[in-house]
Design a protein around this ligand. Sequence first.
Ligand SMILES: NC(=O)c1ccc[n+]([C@@H]2O[C@H](COP(=O)([O-])OP(=O)(O)OC[C@H]3O[C@@H](n4cnc5c(N)ncnc54)[C@H](OP(=O)(O)O)[C@@H]3O)[C@@H](O)[C@H]2O)c1
Length: 293
Amino acid sequence: MKQKVLVLGAGGQLGRELQRTVPAGVECVPRTRAELDIADASAVAECLADIQPELVVNAAAYTAVDKAESEKAAAHRGNAEAPGVVAAACAQRGLRFIHISTDFVFDGRASEPYRPEAATAPLGEYGRSKLEGEVAVQSALPEALILRTGWVYSSFGGNFVKTMLRLMGERDELGVVTDQVGTPTWAHGLAEAVWAAAARPQLQGIYHWSDAGVCSWYDFAVAICEEALALNLLSKPVKVRPISAAEYPTPAQRPAYSVLDKTSSWRDFAMEGVHWRRQLRAMLADFKELADA
Ligand SMILES: NC(=O)c1ccc[n+]([C@@H]2O[C@H](COP(=O)([O-])OP(=O)(O)OC[C@H]3O[C@@H](n4cnc5c(N)ncnc54)[C@H](OP(=O)(O)O)[C@@H]3O)[C@@H](O)[C@H]2O)c1
């Protein structure tokens, strides 16, 4: 019999990639926000009773990092309260739960990759609300698996890669921040990591997942330009200029260093990360194929 998995936030970047990567032994039941508001405790309980999954994956979140500074209540509802609601409902029915969190729980003052047990100290409302969500999940369901990731992009929805492609099509020159480093994560690979974790019911606690390697937003933008030119997604090269974060002020402060240590997930998921540049190339090819279809 197939493992029945309920995917919440199924309309988002990760939610959509989870549906494209369902392993052979899994029956995936997706629920978008329009179908289920995960902060609504009675709707969540009703959904679990109706679907009767073995595992729930929460890919839903309030992800507008800058807007969260002025929409604190909405960020708190989606990222702190809602995961607690789902975890409590899973605990009541004895279900496994995989929840997704973020590198923004860290302050970015480290100089070596953050291990899952490293001290947290979020800089903004988004990171604070996601950290509260982690705490709520672990207190309702200590056996839950929390997977932190960062710099997520895909062919779907809004993200840095798609914004760069648009701006590079419109401009001759672009300033991109060079003093913030991390690791881009193609949502497709993240989805595969979630399914690897799903297949290992003994796993619990906090894990990290991003693609392999390290870069700045500037390096990422240069790579996007080069790879997009090679695929004819751009018709002319664009000059990418390195600028400092101070020259590009945003409502939310972002960590200067948000590289995650993936040693434990590569070992326990039996899956090694792919270098971010190779994943970028694959995503752009996917994006082109979808656009041409
Ligand atoms: N994107 C990143 O760079 C990044 C970085 C680090 C960690 N993460 C984490 O990775 C996970 C997946 O992110 P993503 O990039 O796939 O995000 P996304 O594309 O913004 O998708 C999130 C989805 O959750 C839905 N949602 C929000 N509140 C909900 C609620 N109360 N009930 C049901 N659905 C709700 C959203 O619907 P609407 O669009 O209708 O609001 C959206 O479809 C999240 O936990 C996020 O915090 C993301």
